[in-house]
Each structure stands twice: as structure tokens, then as C-alpha cells.
Design a protein around this ligand. Structure first.
Ligand SMILES: [Zn+2]
Length: 271
């Protein structure tokens, strides 16, 4: 799988950006209601033993049934028709469980030395971007920084420096074993990456850690098709996605940021 190639190729193709064509107009779509919003909007018959009404005239017996309806009908429908991104899929979505998704712990190796503060700050910003839109929570446990290795079981994943690699950074998917759950940042990431920043690169890498595939594998015309192990969270293919390499007929020309469709896709997978 090419996932670990990650944004490695970006730096070498920055001069190609001007030739990538104009931005594609992203389809705006309605924001998906949260469970709390959906529950608040549901009509309840105002009497003892009254039912909860959906679709105008369909009664549900309980809030448990309403919750099941929300999961099976509302979320599924919106996920297929309106949301962006493609999730890694092998007979099922590769994603974090409902309990794990809000406790994604990590450490940042002291081996970054003078670059460590840059990594700490970039991670704070990159995690915030995903947390602002999806029900996920990354938790920095700095007490493990002095032993932040691939075998550190006090955290879900480790962030360590490497050098001389073919990539700027690489990450992992939620089905990786503990030893494979690392975000490795090459020394080249601390040089000039313009128009990208370390924060932008980590936004992309964290997308993988949440289960998102490269958006360009959704299109053979991108020239960067990878494989078919993914499930589209929308019918709309997003060439500007944070998960799309710009050089693969992408349209994002600045730093790697989450698009409207990225945010909707993230919410669809982690409501
Ligand atoms: Zn990648």
C-alpha cells in the first residue's frame, strides 16, 4: 500500500502546482445533524405513553428506537449522499471504536531535540483541526516523551524523528498493531516546505491515523489510483481534500487544510 509514501512526494513537485488547473467547485451540502440535534427536533406526542414520530407519520416506541433509526437511516443516508472523504475499508470500515476515538493518546520523542517544540505546537494545531469537526480527541501524554518508542504501551501511538527517508512524514491506520502505530517525521520536515507547513503535513498524516485513505485513489484520472480498499463517504470526489496529493491532479494549492467535504466526511465516520 502506498499509504506510507504519504506526503513525501509533495516537496519535490511544488513547481507543478501552477499547472494543476483551476479549483473545482465543491458541492455545498447541509450539515449533518448530531444525535443531540436530531433528538431535540424529533416530535413527541404530548401525552402519557406518546410515541416519537419520524417521517411525518411513523411512530417509534422509545428513544432507543429513535437512536437506532438515527444510526441506520439518518447517518447512513447522509454519509452516502453528502459527505466527503474515503475511509479505509476491508470488509468494514477501518476506524476507531466509539470509546477509543475520544482517547487517542500519543507521545512526542525527546529525540526531536531543538525541533521538539515545533512538533508539539504543530500537533496541537493539527489535532485541533480534526477535533473541531469530528467526534475525536487526541491526548498528548508528555510523561512518556522520554521513552516514546514503538513499544511504549502507555500511549496509543508514538511520534518520533527519522532522517534520510523518502517521505517527509508517514503515519498508520487504526488497524495497525502497536508497533506500527507511529507518526515518523523526517528531518526534511524542518526545512522549507512551502507552500506546506509541518502543521499541514500533520493534518494529512492524522487523517490516515483516523482511517482516511488518499482521496486521489477514488479516481483513476488522478493518475495516482492506489487500490480499491476504501469506501466513499460521499458521491462527491474532492480534488482539494487534505487527503489528496496536489500533484495528482489535485486543486489545493496552499497548505494542506481540511475542506468542507473533508469536515463532512470526518463527521460521517465519527459523528
Ligand atoms: Zn498520505
Amino acid at each position: 500500500m502506498l499509504k506510507f509514501r504519504s506526503v513525501a512526494m509533495l516537496a519535490g513537485v511544488s513547481l507543478m502546482l501552477g499547472a494543476c488547473g483551476g479549483p473545482e467547485s465543491a458541492q455545498e451540502s447541509e450539515a449533518k445533524p448530531t444525535w443531540e440535534e436530531f433528538k431535540a427536533q424529533a416530535y413527541r406526542e404530548p401525552w402519557e405513553g406518546g410515541k416519537i414520530i419520524v417521517n411525518g407519520d411513523e411512530a417509534l416506541d422509545s428513544e432507543e428506537e429513535l437512536a437506532a433509526y438515527f444510526r441506520n437511516v439518518v447517518e447512513a443516508q447522509l454519509g452516502k449522499s453528502q459527505d466527503g472523504l474515503a475511509v479505509y475499508y476491508i470488509g468494514g470500515d477501518i476506524k476507531w471504536s466509539s470509546t477509543q476515538k475520544t482517547n487517542l493518546t500519543y507521545c512526542i520523542s525527546n529525540n526531536f531535540g531543538t525541533n521538539k517544540t515545533k512538533v508539539v505546537n504543530a500537533m496541537a494545531s493539527a489535532t485541533a483541526a480534526w477535533q473541531a469537526t469530528a467526534s475525536v480527541k487526541f491526548v498528548y501524554l508528555s510523561q512518556y516523551d522520554s521513552a516514546c518508542t514503538a513499544s511504549q504501551t502507555g500511549v496509543l501511538f508514538d511520534i518520533r524523528p527519522v532522517s534520510g527517508q523518502s517521505y517527509v512524514a508517514r503515519a498508520f491506520f487504526p488497524n495497525s498493531s502497536r508497533s506500527g502505530r507511529n507518526v515518523l517525521i523526517d528531518s526534511s520536515a524542518f526545512g522549507n516546505l512551502s507552500p506546506w507547513t509541518l502543521t499541514g503535513i500533520l493534518r494529512h498524516e492524522l487523517g490516515h491515523t483516523l482511517g482516511f485513505r488518499h482521496e486521489h485513489t477514488r479516481s483513476t484520472s488522478s493518475g495516482c489510483y492506489e487500490d480499491s480498499q476504501w469506501r466513499a463517504l460521499t458521491t462527491t470526489y474532492d480534488r482539494a481534500s487534505v487527503m489528496h496529493y496536489p500533484q495528482c491532479n489535485g486543486t489545493q494549492t496552499g497548505d494542506l487544510v481540511l475542506t468542507t467535504l473533508d469536515k463532512q466526511g470526518a463527521r460521517a465516520l465519527y459523528p
